[in-house]
Design a protein around this ligand. Structure first.
Ligand SMILES: *Cc1c(COP(=O)(O)O)cnc(C)c1O
Ligand SMILES: [Zn+2]
Length: 451
């Protein structure tokens, strides 16, 4: 029997909807949808058999993609000719003992999701969403007009970069709504380069989200935000990939920066399926890390997740998580409860210092990764993360997208940040004697190897 997946309401309303329908919310209650899989059919393979299948390295099965390598768990109905891949997934997992020492986290690993085609983990979800749209355009939506004319999203920068790239690869028109002046130059130029229609609005991310919801209401423009649960299906491979890279050893903790809360939900969903199918025999605890300036989940957590009180997100270097009214709040609460999760926050100074420490250990951390690293350090200091426990921090974007942050740090110009590890360039005359004197002075102060 061919495997299948369908939409269902996360609040338990009855009804199945095709993943090729243009639908984002439950028609009964308005709640979010999620993709459900035929777990009985999936369970016909044993845990060890799934592991063996996933170990089959690069080949035609995976089309060079770490996401489609797990296609049976992602979206089994997508035909190979509609698979729009740019080689996402299969990102490095790096053991970081020097950074771990500096942060007080003994066994620290960093999952480099930013080492990816558009420089962030958003590629994992976008390959699935755009492939589904390609199949919708090829097949129609069960014969129901009007047809899809374009894809659109609101973005704090990385979603629009990924959508624009995958849509361009598929030949599908893309529209992106960005908060004017609130994203980095690299993030702005990506969708422009890919030929997307870029609309810079005088509002914040939450304001862009409201507009895109209206614009996509007639169903001819397909909504690509993480409210669309197809993206979650791609993003959920990351936890399984981490465990696979650890030789199927489950870490004690996975820490990730969180904004709209799609990614923490996705991580939990993938791990839960792996557990259910016997691929892993226990699950890690999850930590959602927020910036102090945009911390609605953290506030809700302190009150036992009674309810979400949206905030107006303040300025933070972690611009991709500057979100005050997270769409996937309900899913995230379920994920955090199921995985004995914790929510913690980091200040601008803490995130910048953690990112600088990561850079000094050879990584190149974006500010969001700084948030997660700072939170891991904080939990270790409090003894919640214990010595010897294995901790994986998900790095969500490439530091190269955030040069303004790096430059600001080393110029000592970031708001609310004491740049303790500034390393500005030394300006000298082009004179060998002066250069030698300077280097001698510097080398006297540094060990040949610091370990
Ligand atoms: C999108 C994004 C996040 C937040 O992910 P959510 O699913 O919105 O919680 C974190 N870091 C970076 C770099 C991102 O682009
Ligand atoms: Zn419902």
């Amino acid at each position: 029997m061919p495997l299948s997946a369908w939409y269902r309401c996360i609040r338990g309303c009855s009804g199945r909807h095709s993943v090729f329908d243009v639908i984002y919310r439950c028609p009964t209650c308005g709640g979010l949808l999620e993709v459900a899989h035929d777990t009985a059919a999936l369970a016909e393979r044993s845990g060890p058999e799934w592991r063996a299948l996933f170990e089959q390295g690069l080949g035609t099965r995976d089309q060079g993609s770490g996401v489609w390598a797990k296609r049976e768990w992602v979206l089994p109905q997508i035909r190979p000719e509609n698979t729009i891949t740019l080689g996402e997934g299969y990102t490095p997992l790096i053991h970081s003992p020097r950074l771990g020492r500096d942060l007080g986290v003994e066994d620290l690993w960093v999952k480099q999701c930013g080492v990816s085609h558009t420089g962030s983990f958003k590629d994992l979800g976008m390959t699935v969403l755009v492939s589904a749209v390609a199949q919708i355009i090829a097949d129609g939506t069960g014969g129901v007009p009007p047809p899809v004319r374009a894809v659109a999203c609101a973005s704090t920068g990385d979603t629009s970069a990924a959508l624009a790239a995958y849509a361009a690869a598929a030949g599908i028109p893309a529209i992106v709504f960005l908060p004017r002046g609130k994203i980095t130059t690299a993030q702005l130029i990506q969708p422009i380069s890919h030929g997307a229609r870029v609309l810079a609005l005088d509002t914040d991310f939450d304001g862009c989200m409201k507009i895109v919801k209206e614009v996509t209401q007639d169903n001819t423009i397909y909504l690509a935000n993480s409210m669309n649960s197809l993206r979650v299906e791609g993003q959920k491979t990351v936890g399984v990939e981490i465990i696979q890279q650890l030789g199927w050893q489950v870490p004690d903790w996975i820490v990730l920066p969180s904004g709209n809360l799609g990614n923490v939900s996705a991580l939990a969903k993938g791990l839960a399926l792996a557990h259910e199918l016997g691929v892993i025999d226990r699950v890690p605890r999850l930590v959602a890390a927020q910036a102090e300036a945009a911390n609605p989940l953290y506030r809700a957590y302190l009150k036992g997740f009674e309810r979400l009180e949206p905030v107006t997100a303040g300025p933070t270097a972690a611009s991709a998580i500057r979100i005050g009214d997270p769409v996937s709040y309900e899913k995230a609460v379920v994920a955090l409860r199921d995985f004995n999760g914790i929510v913690e926050q980091a200040s601008e100074d803490e995130l910048a210092d953690a990112a600088a420490l990561a850079d000094r250990a050879g990584l190149y951390a974006c500010p969001h990764t700084g948030v997660a690293l700072a939170v891991a350090a904080k939990l270790a200091r409090r003894g919640i993360i214990q010595g010897g426990q294995r901790v994986v921090v998900i790095s969500t974007a490439h530091g190269l997208k955030f040069s303004e942050f790096k430059i600001g740090y080393h110029e000592g110009a970031l708001a609310d940040v004491i740049a303790r590890r500034r390393n500005p360039p030394v300006e000298l005359p082009a004179d060998a004697g002066a250069v030698k004197a300077e280097l001698d002075k510097w080398l006297r102060g540094v060990p040949a190897r610091d370990d």
